[in-house]
Design a binder for this molecule. Structure first.
Ligand code: ADP
Ligand code: MG
Length: 603
């Protein structure tokens, strides 16, 4: 019999390798951005279309490539980053396996324009499924621009396997955020379709975090720093009260490379023990620096796993760094948490939601005012957690006012009648420990969120018939999404029927929300839902409730009557988690009397 074993042609070998390196658009994004970082770029632009399915383009201002290198870069195991096996143990670059570009080029239509700064002309290269279609000199910016079009165009099975655009975009954003957090001295931007999602100037880590995650993070960050001969840990943790029920904002880097490690994640969570309810996750961005000779990153082709030669030492340092950060920073004003055995004991003895509540209460007490605690607690006693809150919660100021006629005023609010609106944005309210400042928009979002969540869970949303049902034509994906969530959307109080291809007829919307604006409300809900989905992995219920709450809540700038403010306050403290909006923004805080007194130390 004849010999039958043959070497695979390179193009097929590359395709097979691609399966490991390039699983989805986000993996290509990661590899291309890492190459740009390795090339010393100070500015990196990422442009994607259709969640990377039709286009991923990375433009950098790094060192660029010569004509020959441009071609070589597409060969498998072609790299400028290591030359011998020992180099693996002194790695400082993101890439080193020399297989990313070859893999990507095997499963896409790739175009590369690159120029070295000292050359007049650059080179322009077009490749399709590993085959170089053409290469010619071209005038182009110094640096490199690589466009990956129609990923997996030649592997239909793979292409069909890709998830919906929101899901794929979320993966891309995740990769983008990780690199943007790790390299704050590089400016990054991300454009999806014609939307600028991020535009991040080079700067400090704290600024980058706030640029990426939003202003509210400014107050919640506690710096973290710990160093031994073996390892150095630095970065920021989120204060305990900002811990979320959903994962996703936990970032751990080793030598600036994002890694997953349940073991080290445990070290962080463990340091938070007793300070956050079970099954919630604190925010953190932590950098571990360690001599590369102590680690092995070559465990997995996507390089998100890592081995340390002394994992336990790393665990200990991480835990201690976080512990210290919590001790020194998280408990302004006035309490040193690490010494307050009382609180810890109470936290341990209560269930999760109670623990959070207790924590909130305690947080606002200074030692000499603790006797006032009872007054304060009354606020919460109205609605013991676990039972449905009895106060009817309303949607718009008009509806708030309307309800007044039917519901007796809550005790709590009766006692606290001195409410004042500040700049049509905040509600000021004297409390026994000082002055409470409530952010009206964030507070109302919290109220509505919990209300909508109940409606979805218990199918209790009231509907308001539309006088003039409105038709909405949507794209296929949105249409499918709506049908998928039909029962949840209906539970909120929406009523609709299918009205031809990709078209819905809206017959009713949740009572109290913009009558006459059915179409807009519905479209906004879906838009907001999708944009939430792109950023966070939330269960459908939570996402819908959040989305509608965000759209329906009163805004900063809305003028509120006294009655409306009373309702808002009463309803806020009827919530299970009054302290923050569904997005984690602070809803209220208290200017402590002691603090206020300090401004008046005349002598
Ligand atoms: P690796 O990054 O593991 O070396 P890649 O396949 O990702 O492998 O890239 C191959 C080579 O192509 C790199 O080693 C580098 O020399 C070159 N290269 C890739 N992208 C760029 C870029 N944006 N700028 C400059 N050189 C690049
Ligand atoms: Mg690379």
């Amino acid at each position: 019999m004849a010999d039958i074993i043959k070497l695979l042609p390179d193009s097929i070998a590359n395709q097979i390798a691609a399966g490991e390196v390039v699983q989805r658009p986000a993996s290509a994004v990661k590899e291309l951005m890492e190459n740009a970082i390795d090339a010393g770029a100070t500015s990196i632009r990422l442009i994607v279309k259709e969640a990377g399915k039709s286009l991923i383009q990375v433009i950098d201002n790094g060192i660029g490539m010569s004509e020959t290198d441009a071609r070589m870069s597409l060969e498998r195991h072609a790299t400028s980053k290591i030359r011998k096996a020992e180099d693996l143990f002194s790695l400082r670059t993101m890439g080193f396996r020399g297989e990313a570009l070859a893999s990507i080029a095997a499963v896409s239509q790739l175009e590369m324009k690159t120029r070295q700064a000292d050359r007049e002309l650059g080179t322009w290269l077009t490749v399709e499924a590993s085959e170089v279609k053409r290469q010619e000199p071209a005038a182009t910016e110094a640096g490199t621009s690589i466009s990956v079009k129609n990923l997996f165009f030649n592997i239909p099975a793979r292409r069909n396997f890709l998830k919906s655009n929101p899901v794929e975009l979320r993966h891309i954003i995740e990769e983008f955020q990780r690199l943007a957090l790790a390299y704050t001295d590089i400016a990054f931007s991300l454009i999806h379709g014609d939307e600028l999602l991020y535009d991040l100037p080079a700067g400090k880590l704290s600024h980058r975090i706030v640029h990426i995650f939003g202003k509210p993070y400014q107050e919640q960050l506690a710096p973290c720093q710990e160093e031994t001969d073996y390892v150095k840990v630095s970065g920021y943790i989120g204060k305990p009260e900002f811990a979320r029920k959903t994962r996703g904002e936990q970032f751990l880097f080793v030598n600036q490379r994002f890694i997953r490690s349940n073991y080290l994640q445990h070290a962080v969570i463990n340091a938070f023990e007793g300070l956050i309810p079970e099954n919630t996750f604190p925010f953190y961005v932590l950098f571990i620096e360690i001599n590369p000779k102590h680690i092995d990153v070559n465990v997995h082709p996507t390089k998100t796993e890592i081995k340390f030669d002394d994992e336990r030492a790393v665990y200990a340092v991480v835990r201690s760094a976080v512990r210290q950060a919590l001790g020194t920073h998280s408990l302004s004003p006035g309490i040193d948490f690490s010494e307050d055995v009382n609180i810890i004991a109470r936290l341990n003895s209560t269930d999760a939601d109670d623990a959070k509540r207790v924590y909130f209460e305690e947080r606002f007490q200074t030692t000499f005012q603790r006797s006032n605690l009872q007054h304060w607690e009354k606020l919460f006693e109205q609605h013991p957690s676990g039972t449905e809150t009895p106060i009817e919660q309303q949607l718009s100021p008009a509806e708030l006012a309307f309800l007044d006629q039917e519901k007796p005023m809550e005790e709590t609010v009766k006692r606290q009648e001195e409410l004042m609106q500040l700049h049509q944005q905040y509600i000021l309210r004297p409390v026994p420990t000082g002055l409470m400042v409530i952010h009206q928009q964030a507070a109302h979002q919290r109220i509505l969120y919990e209300k909508f969540l109940r409606h979805i869970s218990f199918n209790t949303g009231e509907s308001q018939q539309s006088l003039f049902p409105q038709a909405i034509e949507m794209n296929g994906a949105d249409f499918a999404l709506v049908l998928e969530m039909e029962s949840e959307i209906t539970a909120l109080g929406f009523r609709f029927e299918i009205f031809g291809k990709n078209t819905l007829l809206i017959n009713g919307i949740p009572a109290g929300i913009g009558a006459g604006r059915e179409k807009q409300v519905f479209e906004e809900l879906i838009e907001q839902f999708k944009s939430n989905q792109a950023i966070l992995a939330l269960p459908v219920k939570e996402n819908l409730a959040r989305a509608l709450a965000k759209r329906a809540a009163i805004k900063s700038g809305d003028k509120l009557s006294l009655e409306e403010m009373r309702h808002l306050v009463a309803n806020l403290f009827g919530c299970q988690a009054p302290g923050h909006s569904p997005d984690g923004d602070t809803t209220y805080f208290i200017f402590d009397l002691g603090k206020i007194g300090m401004y008046f130390k005349h002598n």
